[in-house]
Design a protein around this ligand. Structure first.
Ligand SMILES: NC(=O)C1=CN([C@@H]2O[C@H](COP(=O)(O)OP(=O)(O)OC[C@H]3O[C@@H](n4cnc5c(N)ncnc54)[C@H](O)[C@@H]3O)[C@@H](O)[C@H]2O)C=CC1
Ligand SMILES: O=C(CO)COP(=O)(O)O
Length: 297
């Protein structure tokens, strides 16, 4: 919707029959500049393709359709780590489409805010600076401001890991533990995110930017976030609609596996992984975090 302010846009979906009003984006009617199709061959005629799939769906999508995407500029918006491969979306894309230019678009941004035209600032990460500059200008609008970064690993890990911490923040609020406890989760969660990301090749400055701290702040403090609401439901011992996309749940499991492999201590992520699969109670998870050996900050 935002990009249609810059020119014609083609939107591909497996089922285009729902027309111009999508129940996932209530109150937003697609502008006329958007052509909706279920024909992937025609949608991939464009040179720049944005992939807005959940992280756990991307691998399967690429297995079916990589040939149509190779050689293009591919911009991933997924915020997660693939559970089977333990890699981010950019690695899945570059392995499936070796001739493509890969970029990641991420940062604090609820889809509903962007579609309503509210001002938003994002990180566009691309290892190829020239292609990154082209994309930055192509995808920015007067209300959508893209900052360019060369650190694709840091940008995508910030977006993926903040979802895990947002679940933890939701648990704290849902369980009635208060805003001070949430601030502790955000801060110690940020330390955890940064440690793992640097270990995996990220630059620390990227984690402190929009794609890391920026998105962490948004997602841990807003009930618009699905990850936060999922955590809130766990904390309040309430059910949660399984049809809602909660990237942080699978990503917490991927992070637990990655941290074991890398010998990196990720205590909050480990608790989120266990809470998401109901293998620990909220009380035990809190007790576990609070009674760890005392440390220096
Ligand atoms: N919703 C938001 O505010 C934001 C979402 N993101 C990220 O974007 C990604 C997608 O999120 P949403 O659009 O919110 O999720 P969603 O679950 O609301 O929508 C995803 C869409 O992808 C479709 N889909 C799933 N598997 C598919 C496949 N194999 N082939 C074709 N289509 C498939 C689903 O049918 C659904 O329509 C996630 O990684 C999320 O973290 C990033 C920023 C903001
Ligand atoms: O990534 C998002 C905001 O930047 C969307 O967060 P949720 O997936 O938790 O709704």
């Amino acid at each position: 919707v935002a990009l249609s302010a810059n020119g014609p846009v083609t939107l591909w979906a497996r089922d285009a029959a729902w027309g111009r009003d999508n129940p996932r984006l209530p109150g937003v009617t697609l502008p006329d500049a958007i052509r909706v199709t279920d024909d992937l061959g025609s949608a991939t005629q464009a040179g720049t393709l944005l992939l807005a799939l959940p992280a756990q769906a991307l691998g399967g999508f690429l297995a079916d359709h990589a040939a149509l995407l190779d050689g293009k500029r591919l911009v991933s918006t997924a915020k997660g780590i693939d559970l089977t491969r333990l890699t981010g979306p950019s690695t899945l894309l570059s392995e499936a489409c070796p001739q493509a230019t890969i970029a990641v678009l991420t940062g604090p941004s609820f889809a509903a805010d962007i579609a309503r035209g509210l001002p938003t600032a994002l990180t566009l990460a691309c290892a190829d600076r020239k292609a990154g500059l082209t994309l930055q200008h192509q995808l920015s609008t007067p209300v959508l401001r893209l900052y360019l970064s060369g650190d694709i690993i840091g940008a995508e890990l910030g977006g993926a890991l903040k979802n895990v911490i947002a679940i933890a923040a939701g648990v704290v609020i849902g369980a009635g533990l208060g805003d001070s406890a949430r601030a502790a989760i955000i801060t110690r969660g940020f330390a955890e995110m940064t440690r793992l990301a640097i270990r995996l090749g990220a630059r620390s400055g990227t984690l402190a930017g929009l794609s890391g701290l920026g998105d962490l702040t948004l997602t841990c403090t807003s009930a618009q976030s699905r990850n936060f609401r999922f955590g809130q439901a766990i904390g309040a011992r309430q059910p949660f609609d399984a049809a809602i996309t909660v990237e942080g749940a699978a990503t917490a499991r991927a992070v637990a596996a990655l941290s074991r492999k890398r010998g990196e201590d990720m205590p909050i992520a480990a608790m989120v992984a266990r809470l998401a699969e109901s293998s620990i109670s909220v009380d035990d998870a809190i007790q576990h975090l609070m009674t760890r050996p005392l440390k220096e900050e």
